[in-house]
Design a protein around this ligand. Sequence first.
Ligand SMILES: Nc1ncnc2c1ncn2[C@@H]1O[C@H](COP(=O)(O)OP(=O)(O)O)[C@@H](O)[C@H]1O
Ligand SMILES: [Mg+2]
Length: 234
Amino acid sequence: MEKILEVRDLRKTYGDKESAVKALDGIDLDVFEGELLVILGSSGSGKSTLLNLLGGMDQPDGGSIWFRGKEISHLKDRDLTKYRKNNVGFVFQAFNLIGEMTVYENVALTADAKKDPQIVDHVLELVGIQDKKKKYPSHLSGGEQQRVAIARALAGKADMLLCDEPTGALDYETGKQILAELETLSRKHKKTVLIVTHTKEIAQMGDRVITMRDGKIVSVTENESPVSVERIEW
Ligand SMILES: Nc1ncnc2c1ncn2[C@@H]1O[C@H](COP(=O)(O)OP(=O)(O)O)[C@@H](O)[C@H]1O
Ligand SMILES: [Mg+2]
């Protein structure tokens, strides 16, 4: 299988001297095209920091990240922004939608949507929220808002979705539906999907599971036959 990401000895420290925190302390990781990868770890273990670096939201202090063979870890801001826009879709716990814009407008914000307006209806339909496109985020349920955020991530035509605790602000059933949505995007639409969570049971849905502790990867497990999220309970 082709690698989409190759990470070597990745390091990130916050603060300095006595107050320095090693958020990432030498991460080595390969991610494969079309893979569904679950990242487990308790709060503070470095999961968000890792996702942010992989998505070009921030720069590492050491080590390297290659995306499809091209090093992105030392790009200038402008090139890093280009990398992010062309290749990465982010889904956050807090949805991060713009309250003053309708569902349609939130999704249409992405650069690719400006070039290709049809993509907006396409991705809204893909996540089953097309009938809400004229509504404002505050008039939607949490699950609906997260669907919009996923649609927005997809509208950029990104092949890779980085999801940071995407169900963290949702109730159990809604969270499950959102994970099923991400599962479909991986299995049916061949997206590479990384899901950060601290719910151990969710790991069963992944092709692989990595566990982080204190900025390090402490285990990597391969699931021979991943379990569909519909059949997982937690
Ligand atoms: N912007 C920041 N400034 C200072 N410390 C930070 C910052 N972001 C994260 N950290 C610290 O880095 C460590 C890893 O954080 P994070 O990547 O957010 O972990 P997780 O997502 O697993 O909860 C934690 O100790 C956290 O307090
Ligand atoms: Mg986090």
